[in-house]
Design a protein around this ligand. Structure first.
Ligand code: NAD
Length: 401
């Protein structure tokens, strides 16, 4: 009887545990570890941070969706020792395994930027995303007494997918908060080092569409702004002439990028930004019993010769491959390489708008079609990682009427 241990109940880990139940013999032991008892659909965290969706709409209890044969341990992983085949947890005895899937996910990355940890709000899990919205509402409510314009200014640092999607939602929710607390207009500012946005899209008109959306909703997009420091109540940045400026804001949201879980570096893996390069079957070089998937892994795309981006869709697909490969290995068969077929890539701009590219054809989509595609991707992920009942309770069905 083999013990198969999955670390992390995010997109990659939940998908892996679901497929392991089909792929490995019923006598094998399946254990899932996550520090939280709740799975959050992290591609929707920006909606929680902007207050356009209730946190309960993007979460489900891990115990409700894993099959009865899976043992779930709620605890934090502190160390992974692949030589000793041992995993250390914060509050339980260490675990040993025959096969291991490491799917510990991402964390917000400050790049050591001065004041970022102390003065900016990350958005990397449900708790921090809820805290962003609470902070925004507190400041707007407090304006009645403070009359401080900084309380009505939200600075979003970084215009990657996370920053853009957050801004899109904020354009919808901030007019409602303004009306609720009867304040002057709430100001949205975005600072981005690059001089263009959304470089991953082949069709450059998608970036233009997004900039027009932001202008229409009075979002100030400060491209070419290199953030140098976050002070209490201000973002300090330099422009292309190296001149220093500040944006005064009492809500500063940090969306300048992510790295894999710190556990990877702490455990001594050969990693870059906590991502470990894996073999084409997703196993670790020299350790065919260890699979590293999702945001803690770097999987080379044979077409581009560069690692795939770290997206939820790739995390899901890698969960399936790792589970199937463990099933093959247990039956003494050869493992198979990871093959990835994207449904498409979409950045939402509010609930009814967005920009994206479809499938591998890179056909551009914008507006309502793009937001519908994102909902289809979300629904498919719920169905494939949880249960039909989870999809019915949490899925995005508004696009079907
Ligand atoms: P990112 O790394 O993609 O974007 C961060 C942005 O911050 C970049 O545009 C970068 O130029 C900017 N930046 C970095 N340092 C800066 C500085 N000092 N000053 C000013 N700007 C600075 O990070 P993200 O948006 O959090 O996305 C992380 C990953 O998750 C990506 O792979 C992304 O594709 C993925 N993601 C996908 C979706 C989706 O598919 N809808 C949504 C969110 C995130």
């Amino acid at each position: 009887m083999a013990t198969i241990l999955v670390l992390g109940g995010g997109y990659a880990g939940m998908r892996a545990i679901k497929f392991l139940q089909r792929e490995v013999p019923s006598e094998d032991r399946l254990i899932l570890v996550d520090k939280s008892g709740t799975h959050a659909e992290k591609t929707n965290l920006h909606e929680v941070a902007a207050g356009t969706i209730a946190p309960g709409r993007i979460t489900y209890e891990i115990n409700d969706v894993i099959g009865r044969r899976v043992e779930f341990i709620q605890d934090a992983v502190t160390n992974v020792d692949v030589d000793q085949k041992q995993v250390t947890l914060a509050n339980h005895d260490p675990l040993t395994y025959d096969y291991l899937i490491v799917a510990l996910g991402f964390q917000s990355e400050t790049f050591g930027l001065k004041g970022a940890t102390e003065n900016a709000l990350p958005m990397d899990d449900l708790e921090t995303s809820e805290a962003v919205y609470r902070h925004i509402e507190d400041k707007i409510k407090g304006y009645a007494d403070s009359k401080d314009d900084r309380d009505l200014t939200i600075a979003v640092c970084g215009a990657g997918f996370t920053g853009i999607e957050l801004l899109g939602e904020l354009t919808q929710s901030m007019p409602k908060l303004q009306a609720k607390y009867n304040t002057p207009a709430i100001k949205l500012v975005c600072l981005e080092r690059a001089t263009t946005i959304l470089p991953m899209f082949h069709d450059k008109t998608l970036a233009d569409y997004t900039m027009r959306f932001m202008a229409k909703h009075d979002v100030e997009m400060k491209l070419g702004s290199n953030i140098a420091e976050i002070k209490p109540g201000a973002v300090v940045y330099t422009d292309s002439d190296d001149a220093e400026h500040e944006v005064a804001a009492n809500t500063i949201v940090w969306t300048v990028g992510v790295s894999g879980s710190q556990v990877m570096a702490d455990s001594g893996f050969d990693q870059r930004r906590n991502r470990v390069v894996v073999k084409d079957d997703l196993s670790l070089e020299g350790h065919p019993e260890v699979y590293i998937i999702g945001d803690v892994s770097a999987v080379m795309d044979p077409d581009s010769g560069r690692p795939y981006p770290t997206t939820a869709q790739i995390a899901l697909a890698s969960g399936t491959t790792a589970a199937k490969n463990i099933g093959l290995a247990i039956r003494g068969r050869d493992t198979k390489p990871f093959v990835y077929k994207a449904l498409g890539t979409v950045a939402s701009l509010s609930d009814r708008d967005g920009v994206g590219e479809v499938f591998s054809t890179n056909r551009p989509v914008r507006g309502y079609m793009a937001s519908a595609l994102k909902k289809v991707i979300t629904d498919r992920s719920l169905l494939e990682s949880a249960k039909v009942s989870t999809l019915l309770a949490k899925g995005r069905f508004d696009l079907y009427h």
